[in-house]
Design a protein around this ligand. Structure first.
Ligand code: SF4
Length: 401
């Protein structure tokens, strides 16, 4: 039950919810802080602004994102430090004021414990925690939108292909698979890092871009190690991962069923477009037929899918074929309950070739409004083509772990 206390001196109402997997403390109307159960700051709202603290210790102000503008702003180190100092000074003052607020004894204990925990994780420790996170992980470039609270385990690093002309997610690293010993050490370090905060994390996300390309034998070992560390009290912790459609056929439906029994719940496939000519222009490996077959194979093995399609890619030249082909591909996949389609907007990535190649080919990029309109058309037609699946937007430029 949330705690509500009105300070007789100031008239402010303190609200706290300390029973869930996150601690939420609101010292007064219009000011709120959330923490994981280890006491690690996750986000705050004050002065009518909302901020996310990332695990690598950046503070991101959430912006409205209207008119296709940026969805967040990273605070400078000085701004971030000043904001954290103000926030923690207020929380310290609250802890000191607690005895005079007339809080009922049970609630007083809960609040005092909660405040002690979050104050022990103050600005300096948060900065050190962010440095530990950066040592523990290669940058987590992207996650599907339903996986932002996943427990990320980097069984592999990078992408096996890494040559799609629009994608800059893993250009900073070569593909590498961890040895079982290295993965075990990674799991132990992740467990120590999150501590009690692990209760906020739901499934395991096996990163980076194509971990499921590993051999079945290696995946059996990886899944066993991950479940040894992170099994839930009532069974295997569900596992999620990206997979390249081109590589799904390396495993039989029986092998996918074995991975499903080991905890694999959903695999995310970057279709991007259902138009083969556009796929070739993007230098994606494989064909639309490969992607349709891959999704069918995963589903036959009992693994749900998330299919990602990119609105705006291919500009004016491919627009009609892109929409028609993508809707037909989704229809042919035969998606059902538990499956998802995510529609991301094309966002230019620094250091990639797509924009220059498109300009060279005389392709006019779609405006922000045209991309939004295309995404809405895709969404409406895909909902009709796959009525049992979830079809939702995916703001890739809003991702931060
Ligand atoms: S889009 Fe996917 S397959 Fe292509 S380079 Fe990026 S991560 Fe790799």
């Amino acid at each position: 039950m949330p705690i509500h206390i009105t300070d007789p001196a100031s008239g402010d109402t303190l609200t706290a919810n300390l029973a869930g997997s996150a601690l939420v403390i609101s010292p007064r109307f219009g000011e709120s802080y959330s923490f994981d159960r280890a006491g690690r700051l996750l986000g705050l709202f004050r002065d009518e602004r909302s901020y996310q603290r990332t695990l690598d210790h950046r503070l991101l102000e959430r912006l409205s994102g209207h008119n296709n503008g940026p969805r967040r702003r990273e605070l400078s180190p000085d701004e971030a430090d000043a904001l954290l100092q103000r926030a923690f000074a207020g929380l310290r003052a609250l802890a000191e004021a607690l005895p005079r607020l007339g809080v009922p004894p049970d609630d007083h204990c809960l609040l005092a414990d909660g405040l002690a925990k979050v104050l022990a994780f103050g600005p300096e420790r948060l900065a050190a925690d962010g440095a530990t996170f950066r040592r523990l992980y290669k940058p987590v470039s992207i996650l599907p939108p339903d996986q932002y609270l996943a427990l990320v385990l980097q069984a592999t690093e990078g992408c096996t292909w890494n040559r799609c002309t629009f994608c800059g997610l893993y250009r900073d690293r070569a593909f590498r698979a961890r040895s079982p010993e290295s993965f075990e050490a990674h799991c132990a370090a992740v467990q120590a890092f999150f501590g009690e905060g692990i209760s906020l994390r739901r499934g395991i996300f096996l990163a980076d871009a194509n971990a499921l390309v590993l051999s079945l034998e290696r995946l059996r070992t990886i899944f066993a190690i991950a479940q040894d560390f992170f099994r839930l009290p009532d069974g295997p912790r569900p596992v999620f991962s990206f997979v390249s459609a081109f590589d799904v056929g390396r495993k039989s439906a029986g092998e996918w069923a074995e991975l499903a029994a080991l905890g694999l719940r959903r695999a995310y496939v970057g279709l991007e477009t259902g138009d083969d000519a556009l796929l070739r222009f993007l230098n994606k490996p494989g064909t639309v037929a490969d992607a349709v077959e891959a999704v069918r194979a995963l589903r036959a093995g009992g693994v749900a899918v998330g299919v990602i399609v990119m609105a705006g890619i291919g500009g004016d030249r491919y627009a009609d074929a892109h929409v028609a082909g993508s809707v037909e591909a989704i229809r042919a996949m035969g998606l059902g309950a538990g499956d998802q389609v995510y529609l991301s907007n094309y966002v230019s990535a620094p250091g990639t070739e797509y924009d220059a190649l498109a300009a060279e080919a005389g392709i006019r990029p779609l405006s922000g409004m045209e991309i939004d309109a295309q995404r809405q058309a895709l969404q409406a037609q895909m909902r009709a083509a796959a009525p049992e699946a979830i079809v939702a937007p995916y703001h890739v430029d809003g991702f931060a772990l």
